[in-house]
Design a protein around this ligand. Structure first.
Ligand code: 0X9
Ligand code: ZN
Length: 404
């Protein structure tokens, strides 16, 4: 087993463009409480019976060793030097086999084209700029005009809080085209969309996503590209930066950690953009934050083991379980994985009462490619998620209706 995991790990990392040493570690953790102790320091990659695995840097390893003496095993390490002067060194493009994925520029072009092709039903919107000054662009989709947009119940789809989770850009992007075309071609659906708006923002972390593909080599990058003051370590974990229960577990105060919460809640322009947009769109009733990977449908709370209040728990459960029948994902409360505070859905629900789900898309494990499942994963993942998203859209006017 050790040999097999080592070979797979090396295969997995073989194409990554690291210039540092990273380590694959196993930490003994028998249940969600023990997993949370690990999640306080590093991002947990995989949950197995009795232990978790994580890919960590040197500083993270040091902290893990201090805290989990005797419970930690370094399974493997990997080091590579960035080849200076190689042909693709400064290119912001996916590796050749994955060019089907959209770069930041391609996302922007697609969204603008969609609005141009559907002038009556699709408009672009901008929630601000990333830390490196890139546009955070989305599309709004409705039928019957935008004049009374705010009166129409809305579903908000957001992709790619985490840089390396590129499939979580593709799915909302494909959904935007799917819905625009469906309004055009299906009059029943067009009629239904007179009383709905769909807001889609496929790429919340463009700087991180571009960094992850720079030089056409994946880098396993997770955070945004904030140059942290007084630290050599870059980046804030955007899914730890929302202000609801911020910093109360499952996130780190250390900029070298992959789950660094930021120096203050909403310190990042990307999360500030979401905050402003949601505050200004009280019509948003449901939301999905797309991530990869593990094939899960997660609902609040993620920041505490407590469940949400009774009636709302019933709604969350019913919705998650129904959606999971179509995509075969596992429906569960977020904190069943591990407690993590400052995430999108706890904030959306806790502050704005939005029925918000975190979808951890395909694959189910590292053996299906982990964060890099390849272009072949795009279409099937889209297909399996169409029905779940349609269902959420249907009940967006009144989520409690699922209990009737
Ligand atoms: O840890 C995260 O931010 C999410 N997983 S990922 O592998 N995409 O990074 C899961 C968030 C679930 N929320 C909580 N457990 N609070
Ligand atoms: Zn994620």
């Amino acid at each position: 087993m050790k040999r097999l995991s080592m070979i797979l790990f090396l295969m997995f990392l073989g194409n990554l463009g690291f210039s540092k040493t990273i380590y694959l570690v196993k930490v003994k953790a028998a249940n969600k409480f023990e997993r949370t102790k690990v999640a306080n320091l590093v991002h947990i990659d995989r949950i197995k019976k009795g232990y978790v695995t994580a890919v960590v840097n040197k500083a993270e390893l040091k902290r893990l060793k201090k805290k989990f003496q005797g419970k930690l095993k370094v399974v493997d390490s990997y080091q590579t030097k960035n080849k200076k002067g190689h042909v693709h060194e400064n290119e912001y493009e996916f590796p050749k086999k994955d060019v089907k994925f959209h770069t930041f520029d391609e996302v922007i072009t697609s969204l603008r084209k969609l609005a141009k092709d559907h002038p009556k039903t699709v408009k672009t919107f901008n929630i601000g700029k990333s830390i490196e000054n890139r546009d955070l662009l989305g599309v709004k989709i409705t039928a019957g005009g935008f004049a009374d947009e705010m009166k129409k119940p809305a579903m908000f789809l957001v992709g790619t809080h985490h840089a390396r989770e590129h499939l979580s850009t593709e799915i909302p992007l494909l959904l935007s085209k799917y819905y625009a075309d469906k309004i055009k071609n299906d009059s029943k659906f067009a009629n239904f969309m007179k009383n709905r708006v769909i807001y889609i923002l496929p790429l919340l972390n463009p700087d991180g996503a571009l960094h992850d593909i720079k030089g056409r080599k994946y880098k396993m990058w997770r955070k945004n590209r904030r140059q942290n003051e007084g630290s050599q370590y870059v980046g804030v974990d955007l899914n730890r930066n929302y202000d609801f229960r911020w910093g109360q577990g499952g996130s780190s105060t250390n900029p070298s950690s992959d789950v660094y919460m930021g120096k203050a809640p909403f310190s990042e322009p990307e999360t500030q953009g979401i905050k402003r947009f949601v505050e200004n769109h009280k019509n948003i009733k449901t939301m999905i934050s797309f991530h990869t990977y593990s094939e899960l449908i997660l609902y609040p709370w993620g920041g505490t083991y407590d469940p949400v209040p009774g009636q709302e728990l019933k709604v969350f459960k019913k919705m998650a379980e129904t959606m999971a029948k179509w995509n075969n994902y596992k429906p569960q409360q977020s904190s069943d994985l591990y407690v993590a505070t400052g995430d999108t859905c706890d904030w959306a629900y806790g502050v704005h009462n939005i029925f918000c789900f975190t979808f951890e898309l395909t694959p189910s494990s590292m053996f299906g490619g982990g964060f890099y499942p390849g272009a072949k994963a795009i279409d099937p993942t889209f297909e399996e998620n169409k029905k779940p998203v349609n269902y959420l859209l249907k009940y967006t006017d009144d989520p409690y209706k699922v209990l009737k």
